[in-house]
Design a protein around this ligand. Structure first.
Ligand code: RB5
Length: 159
């Protein structure tokens, strides 16, 4: 699927990178919903990761990009949302493979780890690469099945 409608989110550690990636995405013709944060004040990354991930899970966006200081907290939080496959990437090759092998529908970057040009190249590689399907579909399907299967810890229990 070619993604055209994206959502972006960051905490204070990733806001500069997020703002730069949103600017470049919009310049490149993508529709981007920016759920914040919008400044340097200290905030809590799960609030933004989950808000953005829920947009992807509900179909309000085709995919999403997240940033915090390392990308780690954002990716962990986003992956708690069902139907979200968020890959934390540092390189162009990882961006490409996150699409081709892992069928990721979100990427997370570290604003204190990855420079904007590398992050942009990785993001473009992800956006421009089609899922390989085949055995990779099978593997990704196993994860999707686990997250909703009866017997999976937490499934069926009230939130
Ligand atoms: C905030 O200082 C930092 O912990 C956060 O941006 C992120 O790196 C968490 O994973």
């Amino acid at each position: 699927m070619k993604m055209r409608r994206l959502v972006a989110g960051a905490d204070h550690g990733g806001v500069e990178l997020k703002d730069e990636l949103v600017r470049r995405l919009r310049d490149a013709g993508y529709e981007v919903e920016d759920v914040g944060t919008h400044g340097p004040d200290s905030v809590h990354y799960p609030d933004y990761a989950i808000a953005a991930a829920e947009r992807v899970a509900s179909g309000g966006a085709d995919g999403g990009v997240l940033a915090c200081g390392t990308g780690i907290g954002m990716s962990i939080a986003a992956n708690k949302v069902k139907r979200v496959f968020c890959a934390k990437v540092n390189t162009v090759e990882e961006g490409r493979l996150a699409a081709e092998h892992n069928h990721a529908n979100m990427l997370a970057f570290g604003g204190r780890i990855t420079d904007p040009d590398t992050a942009w190249s990785a993001l473009k590689a992800w956006l421009d690469t089609d899922p390989a399907g085949g055995r990779h579909d099978l593997r990704v399907g196993k994860i999707a099945e686990y997250e909703t299967a009866p017997g999976t810890p937490g499934v069926g229990e009230p939130r």
